[in-house]
Design a protein around this ligand. Sequence first.
Ligand SMILES: O=C(O)C(=O)C[C@]1(C(=O)O)C=C[C@@H](O)C=C1
Length: 360
Amino acid sequence: MENKKEFRNWLEAHRLEHPLVIAGPCSAETEEQVLKIAHELKDSDTTYLRAGIWKPRTRPGNFEGVGAIGLKWLQKAKAETGLLTATEVANRAHVDLALEHDIDLLWIGARSTVSPFIVQEIADALQGTDKVVLVKNPVNPDLALWIGAVERLYTADIKNLGVIHRGFSTYDKSKYRNNPEWQIAVDFQSKYPDIPLICDPSHITGKRDMILEVSQTALDLNYDGLMIETHYDPDNAWSDAAQQVTPDSLKQIFLDLRIRKEHDDEAGYQSKLSQLRAQIDVIDNAIIETMGKRMKTADSIGALKKSRNVAVLQSKRWNEILGKMILEGEEHGLSEEFILRVFKAIHQESINHQEKVING
Ligand SMILES: O=C(O)C(=O)C[C@]1(C(=O)O)C=C[C@@H](O)C=C1
C-alpha cells in the first residue's frame, strides 16, 4: 500500500481549524448518560461522540458493555446535538449492527488489531463502506502488524481510513498505562504521512491528570487529532474511571493546548532553521564516523579474542561501560533511558561484528 494524498480527504472534509476531537464516555451506560454527555460536548471542539458499546475487558466478571441498545442512544444523541457518532467493533456482528444504526466512525481496538483473522473478518464485513474506519495500534509494539491491519481494510476498498495511537503494553512498571513508544507512531507517520493519525491519551496515560501533557506531545509531533474519554461523573464511570475527564475539563484541555502549525515560511525562521539543520547534519556525520571507528576497534578485539579463544560477551566490562555512560550522559543532559537504548544497540552491533570476525 502506497501513501496517497486522498487518505486525508475525509478529515479535510470536516474543514476544522483545530485537531479533530473524538470524545465521549469509555462505555455507554444509560440513555440519560449518553445524552447528557453529548449535550455537554455540543459546544466543544468535538466532532465525533464516542462510546464503547461492547467492552473487551482484560478479565471476565467486569461490565462488558450495554450492547446494541447503546447504538440507539448514540443515534438519538446525534439527532439531538448534531455530533457524529463513533464506536468500537470487534467482529462481523458488531459491524452489521453499527452499520444498521448508521454509526459514522468505527474503530478496531488494540486487542483486535493483533489478530489478522479478526481484522480480516471486520474488513470483509465493511467491504466498500464510506464510513470512517480507524485502527488502533496493536497491544504489542509491532509496526508491521499495525500497517497490515490498515492494508486489510484498504484492500477491502475502505477509503476513509485512519489510525489511533493508544500506546503499548509492557510488563515493566511505567508511569503510563500503555507505554507511548512515540517512535512507532512517528515511523507510521513517516511511511504514511497522509493517513490521519489520532492520539488516544486516555489509554496511554490511564490517568486524567496526565492527559494534557501527552496530548501536547502528540500535537508537537503533528498528530491530526485526539480521542479523549469524557464523562460527566468520571469517578463513578462503569469502566476506566481514572482516565476519564469531564466535558468542562476537556474544554479546558483544548484552551491549554498549544496547537502547532506544520510549516512556517517566514524568512528569518527559515534561515535560522537551515543553519541549525546544517549543524545537525555535521553532528550526525560525526556520530556515524565515530560509530564506524568504534566497530573497527571491536573487530580488532574480536580478532584478539579469536587468537586466544575468548568469549565475545564480557558482562563485567559491559556493565562498567553502561554505568559510566549513564553518569556521563547525565552530565550532558541525556536521560538514562536514552543512554540505555543507545548503548544496548551499540553493544549488540559490537557483538555482531565480533561474531563475524571470530567465526569468520
Ligand atoms: O571489551 C570487550 O571485551 C569487548 O568485546 C567490547 C564490548 C564493547 O563493545 O564495548 C563488546 C562486548 C563485550 O560484552 C564487552 C564490551
